[in-house]
Design a protein around this ligand. Structure first.
Ligand code: ADP
Ligand code: ZN
Length: 530
């Protein structure tokens, strides 16, 4: 590898300045460019907006021949190629959006060595017709490198799994001397390992950038009336700024966008159920006009390069920490202060757990999905620095950041260990058959009809929790469910049952701390909506 190009730094820097118009490399870019231009394989982990594209675009220009860029997203290909062409680079793409004639022209340009970069969808790459063309390029020494963008699509356990990515493992067999660079912003250890093994990049050099986005302020709050909380957040902190609001369902996207408009916010909906013309129109307005708030499902955002998005809000729990990081990462790409704001409720957690349980997926998949959810719950419930939690997920250590809700106003906590233990033993004593309402009556020593009927006033747990009011008890039960010490049996009227995670607490080996804040914000939410 690398026989046809000797890289010198001025070459790379020259291209950076004169083709792309930038004064200097960022972070790891220079090291990656040098390594790949010199013929080495690389695995590049860089957060969204970190500047991954230049890591293969510059080597593509420095090396002889055409660089083949595998990308799963048609919109992204289109944008990158347009930007390259504008910069005077000979680039093109091949995907299902092209008519036959245009595709033929691109193929001819490729064959005749006129392209510096060709973006191609993975399923297209694997066709015999295309592989033949690659063979020709290889035989004429016109194959510069392979770049595999969004390499996490190879992970079978990820959200973005693309079966065609698995076939990319034939590249090193068929073109052993051509350097390959895989890039992703998804960097948990497991995905990293999957990329290495499945793409046969065991020996590739790894370039990991910090995932910290210091200009983003993280705030995660408990949901009372999410829409009103969102409105206050926008009005108080980001009025007139561009932002993205993520919701889980199309319906909620529509409702929220309408509602925000009624309240004077310039909001537009975006989801996969809308016509493509309408989606394109809203996207263009979001990019071109100032201060548009896009209310969207996660269908929106991949490959959107808008540097001045000032906030990203979630009014539903994201799918995972990974998702949260990607989505919030769309804020503040210009490096100026930006906000990531989320309202979540224990109910979201219960609902997502239920969806996992009831899905048709394999046990292994469900287990992973549950773990993923648990990690996310850990983040939203954290009473210490959010950024530390977030970065820990990417195996990065950090000091408390001073730019998240928990750093800026450390939450007050109260020791609910005793209360939680009482609640758990009440669940146990009543036979794991009742919902929170009845359990709270028993704990508080209420002689309700149901209590008397079941003779629960005879239990040792009857009346042992009179010191807390019902609202507090609700919080305790909700958190016990959210942290999975209790499970909800939906088949039996939402009866609460103990899980194995309850054991350490019952044995006195764990403590159970709760935020005081959650109750304060609840009453605030009530007042507002009244
Ligand atoms: P990623 O693919 O990692 O999300 P991109 O490659 O799209 O990131 O780059 C994000 C933004 O940063 C783009 O607008 C790009 O032009 C800009 N950028 C990348 N590298 C540099 C650099 N060295 N100097 C200035 N801007 C850069
Ligand atoms: Zn912090």
């Amino acid at each position: 590898p690398g026989m046809n190009t000797i890289v010198d730094q001025p070459g790379a820097l020259h291209v950076l300045e004169h083709v792309f118009g930038y004064a200097g490399f960022r972070g790891q870019q220079e090291a990656v460019v040098e390594h790949v231009a010199g013929g080495g394989d690389a695995l590049v982990l860089m957060p969204t907006g970190g500047g991954k594209s230049l890591c293969f675009q510059i080597p593509a220009l420095l090396r002889e021949g055409t660089a083949i860029v595998v990308s799963p997203l048609i919109a992204l290909m289109h944008d990158q190629v347009s930007a390259l062409v504008e910069a005077g680079v000979s680039a093109a793409f091949l995907n299902s959006s092209l008519d036959i004639e245009t595709a033929r022209t691109v193929e001819r340009d490729l064959h005749e060595g006129r392209l510096d970069l060709l973006y191609v969808a993975p399923e297209r790459l694997m066709t015999p017709r295309f592989l033949d063309q690659l063979d020709h390029l290889r035989d004429t020494r016109q194959l510069a490198l392979f770049a595999i963008d969004e390499a996490h699509c190879v992970s079978q356990w990820g959200h973005d799994f693309r079966p065609e990515y698995l076939q990319l493992s034939i590249l090193p067999e068929r073109y052993p001397s051509i350097p390959r660079i895989a890039l992703t912003a998804t960097a948990d250890r497991q995905t990293r390992e999957e990329i290495r093994t499945r793409l046969r990049l065991e020996d590739a050099r790894e370039f990991i950038s910090s995932f910290d986005r210091p200009n983003i302020r993280y705030t995660i709050t408990e949901k009372q009336d999410a829409r009103r909380q969102l409105l206050s957040f926008i009005r108080e902190e980001c009025l007139g700024e561009a932002g993205i609001v993520y919701c889980l369902s199309r319906r909620k996207v529509e409702d929220t966008a309408n509602w925000l408009c009624e309240h004077g916010i310039n909001a537009l909906p975006y989801h996969a159920g809308m016509s493509s013309e309408q989606r394109a129109e809203h996207q263009t307005r979001f990019l071109r006009e100032d201060g548009i708030v896009m209310v969207a499902t996660i269908a929106f955002g991949m490959g959107i390069d808008k540097p001045d998005v000032r906030f990203v809000a979630h009014i539903d729990l994201p799918r995972s920490i990974e998702g949260y990081y990607q989505e919030t990462g769309r804020a503040g790409r210009d490096g100026l202060p930006a906000q990531a704001w989320m309202a979540w409720g224990a109910q979201d957690v219960v609902q997502q757990r239920r969806m996992i349980d009831e899905s048709e997926a394999s046990e292994q998949f469900k287990r992973l999905a549950r773990n993923r959810l648990d990690v996310l719950v850990g983040l939203v419930e954290a009473t210490t620095c959010r950024r530390q939690h977030l970065l820990a997920y990417f195996s990065e250590q950090a000091e408390p950041c001073g730019n998240c809700d928990n750093c800026l106003s450390p939450p007050q906590t109260w020791d609910a260990t005793e209360a939680a233990r009482k609640a758990l033993s009440c669940v146990y004593r009543t036979g794991q058959r009742y919902g929170a309402g009845h359990l709270i009556d028993v704990l508080r020593g209420e002689l309700t009809e149901k209590v008397v009927e079941r003779a629960h006033e005879q239990l040792s747990t009857f009346g042992i929790g009179a010191e807390l009011d019902e609202k507090r008890w609700r919080t305790v039960f909700r958190q016990l469910v959210a942290r999975e010490l209790l499970a909800v049996d939906h088949e039996r009227y939402n009866a609460l049952t103990l899980t194995e995670h309850a054991r350490p607490l019952l044995r006195g080996e764990a403590e159970f701390m709760l935020r005081v804040e959650s109750e304060r914000s609840r009453s605030r939410g009530k007042r507002r909506s009244a």
